[in-house]
Design a protein around this ligand. Structure first.
Ligand SMILES: Cc1cc2nc3c(=O)[nH]c(=O)nc-3n(C[C@H](O)[C@H](O)[C@H](O)COP(=O)(O)OP(=O)(O)OC[C@H]3O[C@@H](n4cnc5c(N)ncnc54)[C@H](O)[C@@H]3O)c2cc1C
Length: 458
């Protein structure tokens, strides 16, 4: 893997980048809580150093100019570092006893302030709970802080691979399940709430914090719930037979041809792992690479080696040019690292004054003239899915109200929009509320993230 591939895959998990927090009034009981936590975790597991607390108090919410204006939004008074999942119940039980808000955290790369401790208290950093515990035919069982990249590497040694992983490949399985949605592999397997999870062990914030196990669809209230329905201590997720993937990089002159080719590649058999499309304005902000033409639309696919000839024929039949077929690990790694929200990241790194929306709908494959009129200087990134096209819309930021008005206008054009500009749980809310009532009766787990019933978002 090249240095640039590695940088693209890992820099997010190391990047801090947000303003200093102001000290606020301590949460009552925090000193006693810290003393008791030290008995459980030892002094090294209970961090009160300001730099560590600042780092644990932010995520990637600053990618939204609307959320960035509200930062810093919460303040970790202590960061707890358990080193095995067996230590989690003791800590959660202590938080319950001392009434301390407790926000679980993986690598802190959530886009929406998901991991920001809005009500201060303790941040439970789970990155030290990173063991792969067991693996079998079609599944891998790991502690919540294990990295997706480590799960994939481990599975590969046994001839298997993950169903899916996010473009932030080095993030934790607990964070991906609690805050993420999908990624490489979602073309076939949809979101992380569509069968990826076989089993979770969850620690509730109750008197005894007795862990419980949920399987299959019973795990849904704990997926994308931002930790409000319990701390995931371990997860078992699905694997498939490892394929020999390769990276196909192509260039197109116009949107209609590129989207027609994208649709055809999505239907290719054997199925690709990922198919992404960027327009030239996005390619121009990526690190220069012979496989990326900054003057053209870039259609990229992770495909099985045996499908290369057919994929090449598809591309050429729609007037595209194959720039390169780059084998594993570099080709697929580069394509993954430019997928989902990474184009937004690269754009914002290169230029000031942009915002983004998560969009969906096959209307995006057609004539986008009207869609592009909604916001100034719109740029589109698409991901091909068998369940329907998704993507990112990036445009120049004017003000908050213009964004909301634009969302209404896009929806009127048939574009589905998910706004990354609020930190509320916004999927399966009824299930999440019900599970949170049982698992967190005092509302101590990542408080402020479940919206009041009157304030639901789409
Ligand atoms: C540039 C960029 C690209 C991204 N691309 C993708 C993508 O392709 N697909 C995608 O789905 N997401 C993507 N994300 C969002 C995010 O990176 C992923 O969802 C990531 O997997 C989150 O993992 P994490 O370890 O950083 O979790 P964190 O950000 O630390 O946590 C996420 C949420 O989960 C909670 N949480 C963490 N661990 C636990 C646990 N063990 N139990 C209960 N709750 C817990 C936290 O409180 C928080 O609410 C992207 C973000 C950025 C900035």
């Amino acid at each position: 893997m090249t240095t640039s591939d590695l940088t693209a895959l890992t820099e997010l998990v190391d990047d801090a980048g947000a303003p200093l927090m102001a000290e606020r009034k301590p949460t009552p009981g925090i000193q006693e809580f810290c003393a008791a936590a030290t008995e459980l975790l030892g002094a090294d597991g209970v961090i009160r150093d300001l730099t560590a607390r600042e780092k644990a108090s932010r995520d990637w919410a600053h990618m939204s100019p609307i959320l960035a204006a509200k930062l810093p939004a919460g303040h970790a008074e202590v960061v707890l570092h358990p080193t095995s999942h067996e230590q989690i119940p003791g800590i959660v039980s202590l938080a319950h006893r001392h009434r301390i808000p407790l926000t679980p955290r993986g690598k802190g790369t959530g886009n929406y302030g998901q991991a920001i401790p809005l009500y201060d208290g303790a941040v439970l950093d789970l990155t030290g709970c990173a063991r792969v515990l067991d693996v079998g035919d079609g599944w891998i069982h790991a502690e919540a802080g294990a990295r997706m990249s480590d799960l994939e590497a481990h599975a590969r040694t046994l001839g298997q691979e993950l169903w899916m992983f996010p473009s932030t490949f080095g993030t934790t399985v607990g964070g991906f399940l609690s805050g993420g949605n999908g990624g490489t592999g979602s073309l076939v397997h949809k979101t992380n709430g569509d069968g990826f999870v076989q089993e979770l062990t969850v620690v509730p914030c109750t008197v005894g914090a007795e862990p419980f196990t949920v399987r299959e669809s019973d795990a849904l209230p704990y997926i994308h719930a931002y930790g409000t329905t319990g701390v995931i201590a371990t997860a078992t997720v699905r694997l498939q037979r490892a394929r020999t993937w390769t990276g196909l990089f192509t260039a197109f002159a116009d949107w209609a041809s590129a989207t027609a080719a994208l649709s055809a590649l999505v239907r290719l058999e054997p199925a690709p792992r990922l198919v992404s499309l960027d327009e030239a304005g996005l390619v121009q902000v990526y690190q220069p690479d012979p496989a990326l033409d900054p003057t053209a639309l870039s259609l990229r696919a992770i495909i099985e080696e045996e499908a290369v000839d057919e994929a090449r024929a598809i591309v050429e039949s729609y007037g595209g040019r194959v720039l390169e077929v780059r084998p594993s690990p570099h080709g697929p790694a580069l394509i993954s690292s430019l997928s989902f929200n990474h184009p937004t990241y690269h754009l914002m790194k290169a230029k000031d004054g942009w915002f983004h929306l998560e969009i969906r709908g096959d209307v995006l494959l057609g004539d986008t003239t009207e869609i592009r009129k909604v916001f100034p200087d719109t740029l589109l990134h698409l991901e091909g899915m068998r369940s329907g096209t998704v993507g990112m819309l990036m445009a120049r930021y004017e003000d908050e109200q213009t964004v909301y008005d634009g969302i209404t206008a896009l929806e009127a054009l048939g574009v589905g929009v998910h706004s990354p500009h609020n930190w509320h749980v916004d999927r399966r809310l009824d299930l999440v509320r019900e599970a949170a009532r049982a698992a967190d009766p005092l509302g101590l787990l990542n408080p402020g993230k479940i919206p009041a019933a009157s304030r639901e978002t789409s």
